[in-house]
Design a protein around this ligand. Structure first.
Ligand code: ATP
Length: 222
């Protein structure tokens, strides 16, 4: 099905209950995410990027609208079906590198643990070589720079076999040199035919995106 996008959203709205009543974080969002490209959800703080990323990751259901994943409408699927889609196809990388990793395990064992969580085996040496981390296999995570930790977080998604990798502000906690490592990794993943969706207000990351969805106050800009 070459014409079916990885994600197609139509009329998506997200409300959050608050003590002051419902707050609408996303209004009537409609956009597609193509296969094998870097899509950036770009916008200032509070524009709804993280909210949409959780909807795309099938973590949260929208309050209304439709979210198709690779041709399958997901909003009416049961909890178990959504969990299986998440486990088998979707990986999420959070902004704090260590939130993605298990600090008590070595670098290599983090990859094995990630693979096991998706009921797979992985070639840890090959993944580390590809991330430029071959020499760190038996290191503790605290010996890695922030950029190396974040690279490893993407490596864990490779180990899990995630075809789609969703990342929330993956460079925002990093200095420039570490952020550079992450930008290189994102470009590599797309060159290798992964579909990557990133929420960011980092101009360099936005420039790297081949598809940019601009958000402002919960709305997709024209
Ligand atoms: N759990 C929640 N309960 C109530 N309101 C929320 C909740 N999560 C987000 N919001 C509100 O929804 C809007 C969008 O938030 P969201 O975190 O998606 O934006 P963002 O663009 O990712 O911002 P940031 O870059 O600061 O993380 C904001 O007004 C926020 O205050």
């Amino acid at each position: 099905m070459p014409d079916v996008p990885m994600f197609q959203l139509d009329g998506v709205g997200v409300d959050y209950p608050t003590p002051a009543g419902l707050v609408t974080a996303v209004h009537d969002a409609a956009f597609t995410v193509p296969h094998r490209e870097l899509t950036v959800l770009a916008g200032p703080s509070g524009s709804g990027k993280s909210t949409l990323l959780r909807v795309l990751g099938l973590v949260d259901r929208p309050s209304r609208g439709s979210v198709c994943f690779d041709g399958t409408e997901t909003t009416n699927l049961g909890h178990r079906s959504r969990r299986l889609l998440r486990r088998d196809h979707l990986g999420v990388v959070f902004q704090q590198p260590l939130d993605n990793l298990l600090e008590y395990l070595s670098v290599e064992d983090n990859l094995h643990a990630a693979a096991r969580s998706a009921r797979r085996a992985c070639d840890a040496a090959a993944i580390l070589a590809r991330l430029g981390l071959a020499h760190t296999a038996d290191w503790r995570l605290t010996a890695l720079s922030g950029g190396q930790q974040q690279r490893l977080a993407f490596g864990c998604e490779l180990a899990r076999g995630s075809a789609v990798i969703l990342a929330d502000e993956p460079t925002s906690q990093l200095d420039e040199a570490s952020a550079d490592l992450v930008l290189e990794t994102l470009a590599d993943l797309v060159a290798d035919e992964f579909t990557v969706v990133v929420a960011s207000h980092d101009d360099r990351l936005i420039a790297l995106g081949s598809h940019v969805v601009r958000l402002r106050e919960g709305r997709v800009a024209a």
